[in-house]
Structure formats: C-alpha cells, structure tokens
Write a protein of this length. Structure first.
Length: 364
C-alpha cells in the first residue's frame, strides 16, 4: 500500500517527501525538478508501540511503515501528454491514495508555475487533468459495454448505466470519490477500473511558519472548496518541518516545536493520516525478542492478521490470544493480564481491532 505526493511543480512536494522519508530527493526552484518518482518507506509514529516497548523491554522494536511516493509535478494539458503528463498519470495510477500538496504561502523568491498564488486554481488544474484521464478510461470501457448491452445482456446494461452516470459526473468537473454509488455496483463495475479520482485524497496546505498552527486565508478557501468531496485536509509548514528535521538533537526539536505552538511535528500527523487514508490499522506482537507493529486493513480477521506475519500462520490458523492495548497497559504485563482473566481466545471470525496485542496458534 502506498500514497503518492502530487501537486503542481514547485509547491513543496519534494521538500515534504524529504521531511517524511529523509531520502533527500532533489528539490529546487524550477519546474520538473522531480522526474522519476522517488519512493520512501516511512515509519508510522505510534506512542502505543513505545509504551509497550517500555513495559516489555525487548531486544528490538519494529514500527509499522507506509510507502510514500514523490511524483513528478503536473501541468495543464497533462491528460494530453503535456509536460510529464503521461508519466505522472501512470505513476499516480499505481498508488492507493493521494497526498495533494497545495501552495498556500506567498514568497516572491520561490517561483510559481502559473505566476501567482491561488491554491483553488492549482487544485482545479490537477483535478481537471485527473478527471479527463478518468473520462478517457470510462469512455473506452463504455464503448465495449454498450455493444454487449445492445444484445440484451442485463449485466452489461446495468454496468452501462453506472458508467454513464460516472461519465456525466466527470464531465461536470466532479471526482468519482464524491459520487454516491452502491457497494455492489462499486465492487462490480467501478473498482476494477482503478480510476484516479476514486482514490482517497488528503489535501496538504503548505503554509508559511506563522500559519503552521492556525492556517491562513488560503487554507480557509481550500476548506470551503473541498467541503463536499469526502477528503481530508492538513495544514503544514513544509519548509519549517524541513528545518526541524535537520536538527539532530531531540531536545532542540522539541524546543523548536514548542516555540511554534506544536506538540509534535506536522509530518508525524501527516504519516498517520496517510496510514488512515490507506484504510490501514495496527496490531501488535509483544515478546522479549521484539515488540512489533503490524499493518492490516481495517476489517481484517484474525487469520488474515496472522497471514501478515507468515502465510503459513493463516493457512494453519487455530486461534488467537488477544489482549486489548488498554488492558496490557493497565495491568503492566502479559502475565498479569492472564491472571486477571483479561486475555481473550478468539477464532477465525474475529475481526481485529486497532491496537490489539496478539499471539497466534497455528498448525501446518
């Protein structure tokens, strides 16, 4: 599962990527600085993992991770191949969620590809290109489905109706994620198309340092613009985050954050939101060798969770021993949880909850 950072050239994408991944992607004051997508595997900040590690004192601690991709800047006409359009659109199609960076600060020293600061215009520029690309995909599919529908194929007729609704929606300048589509129709006809505007999106308003906590007028405009879109929004002073990231001393970082009125780096919030955007959650295993956070999809069953560790665990799943995170912390150790009768035995139908501490019994 990976999230792609997108936006117009020069809005702060690569700087943000560097903050998140420490991968030091090239960033500079000119368009198309990023050509090939940069990929970083980023640790998901989780205080629960640290707390469990303090209680267990393991040999090693392994956090959950999320993959972040820094994708080339998009320009008007990308859907027709302008700029790096074809490459950009191919790269973004391969991601599972979108982190859309919008420039929400004034700075005459940093050029804007369109010559002025207007995050709503910037958002619409990218939205239109993605919608046009999706429209192209839908029309191609509709041509095939229409032929089958004319022969009396009931399923094809139903699919044609759904596709025509999507086509109308896209032509009106609306993204697919904002549509109301039944779950059955979505799974049967929409999901297989892998439409770009169907992907969940987090808008990151890149502001100046003074607006890191409360935002600014540009951010307010973005909030209004995305009100009906079923999207998330985060305000982040990306350049400031980069400065904080350069500090080696942890105490210095805390002082810097405190001066800004922040209780943690905004990049940590972004990673957690990206994780949530990807429909992911965490369960833990805790033992003397390691305390580890494991990533699973929300709604995963106990055998599916076991399969993340090893496929044999899922195939031969017998049962899971489960402790809630709150009980583990409250009693202070696995042994005390057992003595209090708070460890649960769960079977194949158990839906794992975020924060569960688990052991699996299996036989292959």
């Amino acid at each position: 599962m990976k999230a792609g950072i997108v936006g117009l050239p020069n809005v702060g994408k690569s700087t943000l990527f560097n903050c998140l991944s420490n991968a030091k992607a090239q960033s500079a004051n000119f368009p198309f600085c990023t050509i090939e997508p940069n990929i970083g595997v980023v640790n998901v900040p989780d205080k629960r993992l640290n707390t469990l590690a303090e209680l267990v004192n393991p040999e090693r601690v392994i956090p959950a991770t999320v993959e972040i991709v820094d994708i080339a800047g998009l320009v008007k006409g990308a859907s027709k191949g302008e700029g790096l359009g074809n490459q950009f659109l191919a790269n973004i199609r391969e991601t599972d969620a979108i982190i859309h960076v919008l420039r929400c600060f004034d700075n005459d020293n940093i050029a804007h590809v369109d010559g002025s600061i207007d995050p709503i215009r910037d958002k619409e520029t990218i939205d239109i290109e993605l919608q046009l690309k999706d429209l192209e995909s839908v029309e191609k599919k509709l041509d095939k489905v229409d032929r089958a529908a004319k022969t009396g194929d009931k399923d094809a007729q139903k699919e044609a109706t759904v596709l025509k609704n999507i086509k109308t929606h896209l032509e009106a300048g609306e993204s697919v994620r904002a549509m109301n589509i039944s779950e059955d129709d979505y799974l049967a006809f929409v999901k297989p198309l892998q439409l770009i505007t169907d992907k969940p999106v987090l808008y990151v308003c890149n502001v100046e340092e003074a607006s890191a906590v409360s935002g600014n007028a540009y951010v307010e405009e973005v909030e209004k613009a995305i009100a009906g879109e079923q999207a998330e929004l985060l305000t982040l002073a990306v350049a400031t985050e980069a400065d904080i990231n350069e500090l080696d001393d942890y105490e210095e970082r805390l002082i810097f954050l405190e001066d800004l009125g922040l209780d943690e780096p905004g990049s940590a919030k972004l990673i957690r939101q990206a994780y949530k955007l990807l429909n992911q959650q965490t369960y833990f295993t805790a033992g003397k060798k390691e305390v580890r956070a494991w990533t699973i999809s929300i709604g995963a069953t106990a055998p599916q969770a076991a399969g993340v560790i090893h496929t044999d665990f899922e195939k031969g799943f017998i049962r899971a021993e489960v402790i809630s995170y709150a009980d583990y912390v409250s009693y202070g150790s696995e042994q005390k949880v057992k003595e209090a009768g708070k460890m649960r035995i769960e079977g194949k139908q158990y839906v794992v909850r975020d924060g569960d501490v688990m052991h699996f019994l299996f036989n292959v």
